[in-house]
Design a protein. Sequence first.
Lengths: 219, 219
Amino acid sequence: MRVGIVGGTGKLGSGLALRWTRAGHTIAIGSRDGGKARAHAAELAKSGCAAEGGDNAWAAREGEVVVLTVPYEAHGQTVRAIAEAVAGKVLVDVTVPLKPPKVSRVQLPAGQAAALETQALVGASTPVIAALHHVSATHLADLARGIECDVLVAGDDARAKALTLGLVRDLGARALDAGPLVNAIALESLTPVLIHLNRTYKSHGAGVVFTDLPGADQS
Amino acid sequence: MRVGIVGGTGKLGSGLALRWTRAGHTIAIGSRDGGKARAHAAELAKSGCAAEGGDNAWAAREGEVVVLTVPYEAHGQTVRAIAEAVAGKVLVDVTVPLKPPKVSRVQLPAGQAAALETQALVGASTPVIAALHHVSATHLADLARGIECDVLVAGDDARAKALTLGLVRDLGARALDAGPLVNAIALESLTPVLIHLNRTYKSHGAGVVFTDLPGADQS
């Protein structure tokens, strides 16, 4: 499958691109600055990554599924910039509404969750899925390492959710159905708590694992 | 220490009372119906539990620390009923703002979190701590069983938080500092997700554990 990663030149985008390449997918990395994304993709290609680069709207057009990983301050503007290109596709929103400098405290956005704001902006014909808020970008980029973190996947569209659960499993992580899109409020607001745990307990990649789920695959 | 448990006649209250007795604490169990709480405490006492019962205001007066475990629909009314009795004490709020029948979807209350609403009602001189939202009441009441769930503890008052972290460890659980009280939004909203996981993956007590925290005690 061809995956577009909007805002894909960061550490998280790199980790996703490397792991999805390993699973047989190809990647279109987007950035506000298309030249930067092309240079980044060329760099990743040296490690065997099946990535090309371009601007965000290009990546959104290229992807059969589109993953959005931008800082919250660029979120609304980016969603508007790609709205036409993602129409009807699955849009996986990884955005966490952090507001620096107080990134270890929950600060709910006006729409209660970034993913809910995204859904309102792109309209009902484009299913939005919230996922991948908790996996450490550092761990993700280290292919030799297993992912010690479950990935919660929330969304209202069953087909879009099933596709996303599969893509998460392709990363090598356990994917869990976390319920309807409104539960993105819980997923997004857990990230400031993880940042607080990292600071308090001297970690660079605290993760979250759910126990006692007999019906879930143990990946 | 003497612990008051307001709304303590449910399964969660029983589990807390049994485990805190084992750690050397004594328990004042409260209920809106004082007679019901006295009968419940008498029943627990047969299992060696150091519990007495009375109405909620009595339990709040008796406790050096007071734990609030009521359904959200009774939350505001109960906090008002005990506000005078808890003045200046540590108030641990376990309330999750579930609104039946849709208990597996996040439904934020007007004040964003029950614990924030509690703090607003009792005033700044009574420190409110949010904790214990995720431990399965069934697991808690089974003393032979370890607790496969970390307990996140959020609050703004350092002394109150330290006291609560200690009480959680006395239950036999790992206690983690989850940051300021506003992070109760994340803690409370994770519970509907756990309910969704229970239903989807056929569990009666999904828990949550945080990984890669080198500075935290492994309990």
